[in-house]
Design a protein around this ligand. Structure first.
Ligand code: DAH
Length: 329
């Protein structure tokens, strides 16, 4: 039985000298496994007398219990060491300064269009982008600008062929939408327009937002209210504004709107008016029942005024130093 008494010391020694979970598993198999040392001891007891069996099996079970307990403790110990090593290896230094994340920014023109859309959404308008390749009928004729009309001279048009062109104004959408919808309606049409022009205040492509209301009792005073409120909102202050009588073939009466800049100069920012009865006739809207008002706004122009930009071309030169200035607007 000396052997048995020594056994615990041997096992404990082995357990304490194991450096990893794998070694511990080997010990487990060796002693506690099906063919392990403890089971073999038990098998060997068969030939012993009843009293001896009782005595030795008690000792064997005691050592076995101690072994299980010790292996469990060692397993926890080793797991803790493993975890500690892993944490040390994977630790990150949270005191390091953050790293710069390069980020794009919204183009100031898109920013303005977004602002304009949001303003008009609150007044119940829907927004539609519309076509840029247009035909002569929707861009000119249906808007009461027939061939040889002097108003065509202001639109240095890019023609694809005798009929198709790059739209010179978002007013083309007035025709398309009034033809395909039944009044009442409130729409804005933001988008690109094209004219063959290039200097510090003109680019061959620029943006307009067209507005259109067709309702039963809409009149010029509603138009006036909307434009005043839009301008005050866009510039975030009450600025001097005037409606100046003007002429557009597709509206009557027509007006241009100027705002005062630098306390001395009037600058035109949009055209507007009551939609001409001939235009309403072209789209089969009964002018005796419905009236319509419209406006067309140059997005570059008001964006330049809002941010003090002096050359319209800077919007389209893709100079990051310019564009990045609008990161936080
Ligand atoms: N389409 C005109 C232009 O490009 C602007 C305009 C004026 C639009 C009067 C309108 C309007 O809807 O009623 O010059």
């Amino acid at each position: 039985m000396l052997m048995l008494e020594n056994l615990w010391n041997v096992i404990e020694n082995e357990i304490q000298n194991s450096h990893n979970i794998n070694m511990l598993n080997q010990i487990k198999i060796k002693y506690l496994g099906k063919n392990g040392v403890f089971n073999n001891y038990m098998k060997n007891l068969k030939s012993f007398s009843f009293e001896e069996k009782k005595k030795f099996s008690t000792i064997i079970n005691k050592v076995k219990k101690k072994t299980i307990f010790s292996i469990n403790i060692k397993t926890t110990e080793l797991s803790k060491i493993i975890l500690k090593k892993r944490v040390e290896k994977e630790k990150i230094d949270i005191s390091l300064p953050g790293r710069y994340v390069k980020n794009g920014s919204i183009h100031p023109i898109n920013h303005s269009i977004k602002f304009i859309k949001n303003f008009f959404y609150t007044l119940g308008f829907q927004s539609i982008n519309g076509l840029e390749i247009e035909d002569e009928y929707h861009n000119f004729n249906a808007l009461n600008i027939p061939k040889n009309h002097p108003a065509r001279d202001n639109h240095d048009t890019f023609w694809f062929d005798e009929n198709r062109l790059l739209r010179t104004q978002t007013s083309n959408m007035q025709i398309r939408i009034m033809k395909s919808n039944k009044p009442p309606m409130r729409f804005i049409f933001p988008g690109k327009v094209y004219r063959n022009d290039y200097d510090s205040t003109h680019t061959p492509m620029f943006h307009q937002v067209e507005g259109l209301i067709v309702e039963k009792n809409i009149n010029f005073s509603h138009l006036k209210w909307i434009i005043y409120n839009f301008i005050f909102n866009f510039f975030n202050k009450k600025i001097s504004l005037r409606f100046r009588p003007s002429y557009f073939p597709f509206t009557t009466p027509s007006s241009e709107v100027d705002i005062m800049i630098d306390s001395k100069k009037w600058l035109e920012i949009l055209g507007c008016g009551m939609v001409h009865p001939l235009v309403l006739k072209n789209v089969n809207i009964d002018a005796k029942i419905y009236s319509a008002c419209a406006f067309g706004l140059g997005v570059e122009r008001i964006t330049m005024l809002r941010y003090g930009i002096s050359d319209i071309r800077s919007f389209f030169e893709n100079d990051l130093r310019f564009i990045e200035q609008f990161k936080h607007i």
